[in-house]
Design a protein around this ligand. Structure first.
Ligand SMILES: Cc1cc2nc3c(=O)[nH]c(=O)nc-3n(C[C@H](O)[C@H](O)[C@H](O)COP(=O)(O)OP(=O)(O)OC[C@H]3O[C@@H](n4cnc5c(N)ncnc54)[C@H](O)[C@@H]3O)c2cc1C
Length: 447
């Protein structure tokens, strides 16, 4: 078995184990409730509604684990897949938590008085607080852009609402205590909640403390084509970390690592640098990214990484096909620069979509790399000047047919760019009968 296949197998096994651990944490507390003497059974719908309430709370609590950025857990899938799962499974938790009281109200309408939080007992008030927090959480996550909420504001509210939903949910459960009469069951659920909140404290306190001890310094700020700036960073007083080309890190540029929001950026530099140097190339797209060019050389910054599964080293293919749109070129740049440093002669075909010739980030360096590597670059311009004789428009299946050697399924594809472009390319590849296991996507919009 080749090294790459062995690694894929290892990741698949590790992924399977983590899935089982996840299911165990959701199901075990539920089944633990059924051990030992039980209160007299009630009608089916009441018991069913209680079971889904417990399951909803368990799923909500585990969300803290999903977003805790445990590298060992996230590597088999990649961060974007984990965040995608986090979003989807939250909707399931919300549905369970909302359906739980709806069933109860339907089978026992006398419970409707509990909706009046002025007169209801505390355990019902906590239930209402938990449910309303969860509804607000989901609504803000779904419609943040439409409601024009700043990312940083949304992020802070997201955490407050999540803690409120889980803590109030637990208070409701313990307050009702129907299945939690036995002290050990109550301890189990309280312990579980402490564990969930502990995960949050790990992310917000322990991890920042570790980052604080391993700062980086800005060594260079370089203007690039395409409204982008490259930030070069060197570890300050430590060896830094090794990353694989295609991975990314969370950058805190202005504040301390305790700041709620870090910004994720792919590494654009070669992964072969011996001194721990990393570069990130950042396009001006908003309030944080517009300030990158003003970062003074020498500034102390914090970098949490490396993360992500968008890496070429586990790709046992005859050819790498890199497909980039705009600033999605950054992980591809790291891949080709690393190939150049390592003398890697695997064939690489890069499709690179840009607005026009002047805005092609890294244009000159890519040109130079074609003579050092087995690299072909196909530029695709959206609005080229009249004299442009190359490809124009969007990257699509026809373009692939014109440039890719046949046996499309034998190549490994890496896609990074705007969401609409990535969706279109994934459809095109599926139309060319490239199996999903052959293409890898890095989405810059996972939150
Ligand atoms: C894995 C990954 C790698 C990335 N690599 C690069 C790169 O190499 N170069 C590059 O220019 N951009 C990259 N991005 C995108 C970059 O993180 C966002 O453009 C940047 O954080 C926007 O911040 P802003 O405050 O300037 O813009 P805003 O106007 O505040 O935000 C624009 C949009 O960016 C997203 N965003 C904002 N802040 C964050 C955050 N803290 N975390 C995640 N998303 C956020 C939101 O969807 C938001 O709507 C990457 C994103 C991801 C997820």
């Amino acid at each position: 078995m080749s090294g790459a296949s062995a690694m894929q197998l290892r990741y698949a096994l590790r992924g399977g184990v983590w899935m089982l651990v996840y299911l165990f944490f959701i199901m075990a507390p539920l089944f633990a409730l059924l051990i030992g003497p039980l209160p007299p059974a009630r009608d089916f719908w009441t018991e069913f509604s209680v079971a889904i309430g417990y399951a909803g709370l368990a799923i909500m609590g585990l969300q803290f684990g999903l977003t805790a950025r445990f590298r060992y857990v996230t590597t088999p899938w990649g961060e974007d897949v984990i965040y995608h799962f986090h979003r989807r499974i939250s909707l399931l938790a919300l549905a369970l938590v909302v359906v739980h009281p709806l069933i109860l109200f339907a089978v026992r309408p006398e419970l409707l008085v509990l909706l009046n939080s002025f007169t209801a007992p505390w355990r019902a008030r906590f239930a209402a607080l938990s449910t309303y927090s969860l509804i607000a959480l989901a609504a803000m996550a779904l419609w943040r852009s439409n409601w024009k909420i700043r990312y940083e504001t949304w992020h802070a509210l997201h955490i407050v609402l999540a803690v409120s939903a889980v803590a109030a949910g637990l208070a409701h459960m313990v307050g009702w205590s129907f299945y939690l009469d036995a002290p050990w069951k109550r301890t189990l659920w309280i312990g579980l909640t402490v564990f969930w909140i502990g995960l949050l404290l790990y992310v917000r306190i322990v991890k920042p403390l570790l980052l604080l001890r391993q700062p980086y310094r800005v060594t260079e700020v370089r203007q690039e084509r395409g409204y982008s700036v490259t930030l070069a960073l060197l570890p300050d007083g430590h060896a830094g970390f090794r990353f694989k080309p295609g991975q990314f890190g969370w950058l805190t540029l202005w504040g301390s690592p305790f700041q709620i929001t870090g910004h994720p950026f792919s590494f654009s530099s070669s992964a072969a640098a011996a001194d721990g140097r990393v570069e990130m190339t950042i396009r001006n797209l908003g309030d944080f990214t517009s300030g990158i060019a003003k970062a003074p050389p020498g500034r102390r910054v914090f970098l949490d990484g490396p993360y992500g599964a968008f890496t070429a080293d586990s790709a046992p293919a005859d050819m790498l096909v890199l497909i980039a749109g705009g600033v999605g070129i950054t992980p591809m740049m790291s891949i080709v620069r690393t190939f150049a440093d390592n003398g890697d002669k695997r064939p690489v075909l890069l499709f690179y979509g840009s607005r026009n010739y002047e805005e092609i980030t890294f244009r000159e360096e890519l040109e130079a790399l074609t003579s050092r590597l087995d690299l072909t670059v196909v530029h695709v311009l959206q609005n080229p000047d009249d004299g442009w004789t190359g490809e124009r428009g969007f990257i699509d299946a026809d373009l692939f047919r014109r440039h890719l050697p046949p046996r499309y399924a034998a190549h490994e594809y890496f896609i990074c760019g705007p969401d609409a472009m990535m969706d279109a390319i994934e459809r095109a590849l599926s139309g060319l009968e490239v199996p999903m296991s052959r293409y890898h996507s890095e989405r810059y919009s996972f939150v």
